[in-house]
Design a protein around this ligand. Structure first.
Ligand code: HEC
Length: 438
């Protein structure tokens, strides 16, 4: 039956469809967050490759990369048609001038990764949620910290402004959703006690509902004022990782750890669509297009995908993690296995960096640290005197980058076993030499 449906869809839809299936390709790591501009023409993507992509929604062409995070970018939002904000694993929030590709403000203060950013309704303030258990409020114009919301017993995963910017709702790993007074920075009430960590939150003040998704798969809708449950749309999939509502508030989309996207009508809270969007692996990010006819998702693969809701289940799924794990792990040498597991998500062996978070490793041995021209290194690496040899690479992973090259953008990663380090280095020596032909 479904086959027939999808063939009919293909036959009937091509020219007439409001939105066409589209892939936003170019990131060198999974896409953790997506956001659509107010006029519906642009898309922002925040990626594990440390960068934020800016795309034309209509044809999936990319305008610019915004580079400045020193670790994975997790959260992103438009502040106006010119400004955007992002948050990352580097604990930083960055306000960007989009077309000039410049950092307007780098907002530092969080002590844990930043999981969500949202502008106040008047656009003057930015709220950032963090795994340090706080939400920080910043002046968008000044870049100054305005206040901190302290009180959750766990990381904060999401934040939404309400009451024209007078109050804020936060969702936390401590299992609660709390309402805060923005002027006093004090909690007003606990709106939800779910028990399991709450990952995502959406609110429609006009229609008066709050929807949330949690670690245990719990997906519920409550009356915003009374707290009475309007619907329990929990399925047997978990965790819930992404939640979005369309502009009109007609539907919400839910993305989960098993790679499904479910679209639910807010009229009657019935499921309108439910389709598997990835072959395996999670959906981390979701947004509706301006028309609400399509969803854009980010997940395990290095791309964002736009699915028209009409016929979404007949369209290709998000690509599997390609290229990185062709071979079964048992057939690999230990050195290659070390590289695939611990390095390949951020580095290529060839001369092209392929937009991974780290520099290309071709020609690594004998190279001065921080010397590739087309890679933007941290000052710590750029100015270091290290030359990469068997000995220095061994030290890097014996001590960890945080000790050997403090201040670098490398993750704090140690390889404890001397044999694993030696095997990895032998593999790198072979593969990076042939790649460059030096
Ligand atoms: C999460 C991403 C990430 C992972 C995983 C990672 N790296 Fe890196 N690596 C980076 C980044 C980012 C830099 C640039 C550091 C800077 O500029 O401070 C870097 C720099 C390097 C450099 C210095 C290169 C140069 O041109 O100076 C080497 C060598 C290196 N990494 C090797 C490795 C190896 C080997 C592994 C696996 C054991 C690994 N890295 C895992 C992100 C990563």
């Amino acid at each position: 039956m479904w086959r027939m449906g999808s063939i009919l869809w293909l036959l009937s839809s091509c020219p007439a469809a409001a939105e066409d299936y589209r892939v936003f390709e170019g990131h060198g790591g999974p896409v953790m967050a997506v956001a659509v501009s107010g006029d519906g023409s642009q898309l922002l993507t925040a990626s594990f490759d440390y960068s934020v992509g800016v795309w034309q929604l209509a044809d999936a062409t990319r305008s610019v990369w915004l580079e400045g995070h020193r670790a994975a970018a997790n959260a992103v939002t438009f502040l106006s048609d010119r400004l955007a904000a992002s948050g990352g694993d580097d604990f930083a929030v960055i306000i960007w001038h989009v077309s000039e590709r410049t950092v307007v403000h780098r907002l530092e203060g969080h002590q844990g990764k930043v999981t969500a950013v949202q502008a106040s309704p008047d656009g003057e303030m930015l709220a950032s949620a963090s795994w340090d258990g706080t939400v920080r409020l910043w002046g968008v114009g000044s870049g100054a910290e305005v206040g901190v919301l302290v009180g959750h017993d766990g990381g904060v995963n999401d934040v939404v402004w309400t009451n024209e910017g007078r109050t804020i709702l936060t969702a936390s790993s401590d299992g609660t959703i709390v309402e805060w007074d923005v002027r006093s920075f004090r909690p007003i009430r606990t709106v939800v006690r779910h028990g399991f960590g709450v990952n995502r939150l959406e609110v429609d003040e006009t229609r008066g509902w709050l929807a949330y998704g949690a670690v245990d798969g719990g997906t519920r809708v409550l009356d915003l004022r009374s707290g009475i449950e309007l619907a329990d749309i929990t399925l047997d999939r978990r965790p819930i990782l992404a939640l979005a509502k369309d502009r009109e508030g007609r539907q919400i989309a839910v993305g989960d750890g098993e790679g499904y996207i479910m679209v639910v009508s807010t009229e009657n809270w019935k499921i309108i669509r439910d389709f598997q969007a990835t072959v395996n692996g999670p959906i981390w990010a979701l947004a509706f297009t301006g028309s609400g006819d399509a969803v854009i998702a980010g997940g395990i693969s290095d791309e964002a995908v736009l699915w028209p809701l009409d016929g979404a289940d007949g369209l290709p799924k998000m690509a599997e993690l390609k290229r990185r794990f062709h071979t079964s792990p048992d057939e690999l040498s230990n050195g290659e296995r070390q590289f695939l597991r611990k390095c390949s998500v951020c580095h290529t062996l060839g001369a092209s960096g392929d937009r991974r978070a780290g520099p290309a490793l071709a020609g690594l041995f004998g190279r001065k640290a921080g010397s590739l021209k087309d890679y933007s290194y941290s000052e710590a690496i750029h100015e270091s005197d290290i030359v990469w040899t068997e000995q220095t690479i061994d030290r890097l992973f014996e001590l960890g980058a945080d000790h050997y090259t403090p201040g670098s953008k490398m993750p704090m990663q140690r390889i404890v076993s001397a044999k694993d380090r030696a095997d990895l280095i032998a593999f790198l020596k072979r593969e990076t030499a042939t790649a460059e032909g030096e």
